[in-house]
Design a protein around this ligand. Structure first.
Ligand code: SF4
Ligand code: FES
Length: 330
């Protein structure tokens, strides 16, 4: 099994493991305490075959190729597409020039982006927002007119804002690999590429709602949830139901006793644990439709990962105690 060192951390991994997967493994080790050395990934998705290789946000510097051939690689490589070799040494956060190069990637990804976070439904759980904040520049050098598109409804449940799309291809791969028939894809090439349904076909397939969950930006949003609430005002719960089409294991996003939206459960890398069907996602919006398991702990990168709601009853007790103490002093 090859041994790879990433930012000074060495790990042995099975043959065929990519640098990105090896970095995630290091971070997932129970005794790992440092800052995350896993590169950001906007297009790679573990559950989708052939994903990765489009966005370049996961680039890393390979300072030693392998034990056999220690020469460094001449330019940054996409860590989601490069497999490790024995003795390889990789730099991510320990290489200032790599971090500078990643800023350039982020600048390109944002070239046509409308920067409309204040009115975007994805705010608070947008990978591009997080990426821009952590790896981007505070300004743009782009002087040309940005591309714009009309918003379109692709089917009864999904809204497409093409202006926000970063062409990561994840939704195309979901349609290819999870649903029975793909009716959308990337049309045209180069700077005129766009996501579109073929000749105005609608996406109605049973598992099509999963494209919303894999979209790393606010390009594909849930029409049944749009503008109902900011995500940080909602309370995620794990819940399940007996479903004949999918596992029925979901996350419910509640406001009071209302189910505002239903999504897949995501892991710490923001990736779906199990795909869910459209019936669970769009048609079961009553608490009585579900067996609630309890608060969902959000570990991934998001404003909601503060997980305040998990300890709400304790918080209430503490406030009451504090108020009593204050009243006693007056
Ligand atoms: S719509 Fe979303 S998931 Fe699809 S290519 Fe664009 S950014 Fe990726
Ligand atoms: S995550 Fe590797 S190129 Fe997009």
């Amino acid at each position: 099994m090859p041994k790879v060192t990433i930012d000074g951390h060495t790990i042995e991994v099975p043959d065929g493991t990519t640098i990105l997967q090896a970095a995630r493994k290091i971070v997932e080790q129970p005794d790992y305490t440092g800052v995350s050395i896993a590169p950001p990934a906007m297009c790679f998705y573990t559950k989708l075959k052939t994903s990765g290789g489009y966005c370049r946000t996961c680039i890393v510097k390979v300072s030693k190729g392998s034990e056999k051939d220690p020469r460094p690689m001449p330019k940054p490589v996409a860590s989601c597409r490069t497999t490790v070799t024995d003795g390889m040494e990789v730099q991510n956060i320990t290489s200032p020039e790599l971090l500078e190069a990643r800023k350039g990637v982020v600048e390109f990804l944002l070239i046509n982006h409308p920067l409309d976070c204040p009115i975007c439904d994805q705010a608070g759980e947008c990978d591009l927002q997080n990426l821009g904040y952590e790896h981007g520049l505070a300004k743009t050098r782009y002087d040309f007119k940005r591309r714009t598109f009309d918003k379109i409804d692709i089917g009864p449940y999904i809204k497409l804002h093409m202006t926000r799309c970063i062409l990561c291809y994840r939704c195309v791969k979901v349609a290819d690999q999870i649903t029975d028939e793909r009716v959308h894809g990337v049309l045209n090439r180069g700077d005129v590429s766009e996501i579109s349904t073929y000749i105005e076909k609608v996406i109605t397939n049973d598992f099509s709602g999963n494209v919303i969950d894999v979209c790393p930006v606010g390009a594909l949003t849930d029409r049944t949830f749009r503008f109902k609430s900011r995500v940080w005002f909602t309370k995620p719960l794990d819940a399940h139901r007996a479903c004949t089409k999918c596992s029925g294991k979901v996350a419910l996003w509640m406001k009071g006793n209302d189910v505002l939206r239903v999504t897949t459960r995501k892991n710490k890398w923001g990736e779906t644990e199990e795909w869910i069907c459209n019936e669970c996602r769009f048609e079961k919006k009553e608490v009585k439709d579900w067996v609630v398991e309890g608060p969902r702990h959000i570990e991934r990168h998001s404003v909601i990962s503060a997980n305040h709601y998990e300890n709400l009853s304790q918080l209430k007790l503490d406030i009451n105690k504090q108020q009593k103490q204050l009243a006693g002093k007056q």
